[in-house]
Design a protein around this ligand. Structure first.
Ligand SMILES: Nc1nc2c(c(=O)[nH]1)N[C@H]1C(S)=C(S)[C@@H](COP(=O)(O)O)O[C@H]1N2
Ligand SMILES: [Mo]
Length: 235
């Protein structure tokens, strides 16, 4: 079992603990994506050829357990989640590294979900010991709310880096060119590293400065997440 390397008494700066794990994120207005009968992950980018691996095979028969807190950039945290899955570093060593042409220097990793959400992380941030591709939460298979069939779990990074419904992982030899984002995306711009203990909430503004805007979003979105949860358990 792995405890998160950032197991500390307090929460990261600007975070408040909540007592349930909401379905959250930019796509909450849509239902969770349909999971294929035999889900796979395609690895591509700087590989000599893309490879497709079944989720079951990726996770294997000896899953790793990770106890960790989860921190959303909007300011809520849940503590003591129990994930099971495979270490990202293990997947990288087993499948990705052998498929690279000699001399290829991977710097970044683009992780994509079935709903189209994605995040580009630095490779080093994903090779940490407590980064998992998880297929189970709280002793049960991941449900649609929290990222079925497989999600990235990196407790050191804000929720938006913890891509759900993972279906594709591209390794890159440089940071992708930033496009020209829409105004809303510029306002709530992600940080390339998104480390929670450094409060890297935002790409250009200091984390504490953007807190009030996120606090409003958190209040509104958590209220509807709570209503949805209550509605479901009422049946
Ligand atoms: N595929 C996908 N992954 C995603 C998101 C999303 O909308 N789609 N939202 C992100 C954000 S902003 C957060 S806070 C967490 C929320 O995870 P949860 O729904 O399990 O609480 O998922 C992250 N990963
Ligand atoms: Mo988030």
């Amino acid at each position: 079992m792995t405890e998160t390397t950032h197991a500390r008494a307090a929460l990261p700066p600007g975070q408040r603990q909540i007592d349930f794990f909401p379905r959250f994120g930019r796509r909450v207005d849509q239902p969770p994506p349909t999971v294929p009968a035999h889900p796979t992950v395609v690895f591509g980018g700087a590989l000599t050829a893309p490879i497709e691996i079944a989720v079951d095979e990726l996770v294997g028969t000896d899953p790793r357990e990770l106890h960790a807190d989860f921190h959303c950039v909007a300011g809520w945290s849940v503590t003591g989640l129990r994930w099971e899955g495979v270490a990202f570093a293990e997947v990288y060593q087993r499948y990705v590294a052998p498929a690279l042409a000699p001399g290829t220097l991977v710097t970044h990793v683009l992780v994509r979900g079935l709903d189209g959400e994605h995040f580009v992380a630095e490779l080093g941030d994903l090779l940490a010991d407590d980064v998992l591709l998880a297929d189970r939460l709280g002793g049960r298979p991941l449900d649609g709310d929290h990222g079925a069939p497989l999600r990235l779990v990196n407790p050191a990074q804000y929720g938006y880096a913890n891509i759900k419904h993972v279906c594709r992982i591209d390794v890159l030899t440089g940071a992708p060119q930033a496009g020209s984002p829409a105004l809303a995306d510029r306002l709530l711009q992600s940080h390339p590293r998104a480390r929670v203990w450094e409060e890297e909430r935002h790409g250009t503004l200091p984390g504490w400065l953007i807190r009030p805007i996120y606090r409003v979003i958190k209040t509104v979105m958590l209220a509807s997440a709570r209503r949805r949860t209550a509605g479901e358990s009422g049946h």
